[in-house]
Design a protein around this ligand. Structure first.
Ligand code: THU
Length: 146
């Protein structure tokens, strides 16, 4: 199959961003890199808080950064996560992050990459992670993006 974008580059950016995670409480460090339809890549890491619920996941940090810069459509996201820089597992996005991804993509088309290294990764569509999802087109009058 023809490669529509550079997986390794996206994973490398997520790994680079993981180094900047602020996770003193969980010590679970997450990095994400999101490729938008414009071709631009935005990154984010998890940012925790002494008041635990105020923390934010890496995926949402990256996506909100992109959207705040005027982007509206996600093509793909790469996620890496682990304790103390050791990415032993494929870090799956939490339910809230899956729903946030859903807002800004076609779930049948958007690629989610869970990586340990640039060479060792699993890839799926958002629809596989969030079947029968609820999105903007289900709300009358909100089918389009502002
Ligand atoms: N975390 C993420 O950044 N992304 C996820 O999808 C799962 C969890 C972060 C939140 C918290 O800082 C730490 O991992 C432990 O839950």
């Amino acid at each position: 199959m023809e490669k529509d974008f550079d997986r390794e580059e996206l994973i490398r950016k997520a790994l680079e961003q993981q180094k900047k995670a602020y996770a003193p409480y969980s010590e679970f460090f997450v990095g994400a890199a999101v490729l938008m339809d414009s071709g631009k890549i935005y990154t984010g890491s998890n940012v925790e808080n002494a008041s635990f619920p105020a923390g934010c996941c890496a995926e949402r940090t990256a996506i909100y950064h992109a959207v705040a810069c005027g982007e509206r459509k996600i093509r793909a996201i790469a996620i890496v996560g682990g304790r103390k820089g050791e990415n032993r597992t494929y870090a799956a996005p939490c339910g809230v992050c899956r729903q946030v991804m859903r807002e800004f993509c076609n779930p049948k088309e958007m690629t989610v990459i869970l990586a340990k290294t640039p060479e060792d990764y699993r890839e799926m569509k958002l629809e596989d992670l969030l079947p029968m999802s609820f999105g903007p087109e289900h709300l009358p009058g909100f089918g389009g993006k502002a």
